[in-house]
Write a new protein. Structure first.
Length: 123
């Protein structure tokens, strides 16, 4: 009997921990379904405590664009039109262009990344 009781308590503890995780997370999740005939469905969550003030913008093809990262920022003319959703109206959170390319920003506070050393070769 003691084994069954401890097993039941372990299962209950795991269940409580699993249910509590969404309450503690400030993160985003992406889901991709790869269907038959090359069909793809993408969905995502925006698990924030506060409204991020999303706005939708339709951007036409041929529009002059800038990375808005300072004087050396990349500049280009868009080849395709796109629809984007912003976060706080300062950054694109999600977007898809008319050719079907999708990009989305995901956030996980606990993420840790290795330092990268970039080597540029001239030749």
């Amino acid at each position: 009997m003691p084994f069954q009781k401890s097993k039941r308590q372990a299962v209950q503890a795991c269940l409580v921990a699993t249910l509590a995780i969404p309450l503690l997370a400030d993160a985003c999740t992406r889901f991709v379904y790869l269907g038959e005939n090359g069909n793809t469905i993408t969905a995502r969550s925006m698990d924030w405590k506060y409204d991020i003030g999303s706005n939708l913008y339709i951007l036409p093809r041929g529009m002059e664009r800038s990375g808005e990262a300072g004087p050396n920022s990349l500049r280009w003319v868009s080849k395709y039109g796109s629809v984007v959703a912003t976060a706080y109206d300062i950054s694109t959170a999600d977007g898809v262009n008319e050719a079907g390319l999708y990009a989305g920003v995901l956030w996980l506070t606990e993420s840790q990344f290795r330092s990268l050393v970039l080597k540029v070769s001239q030749g």
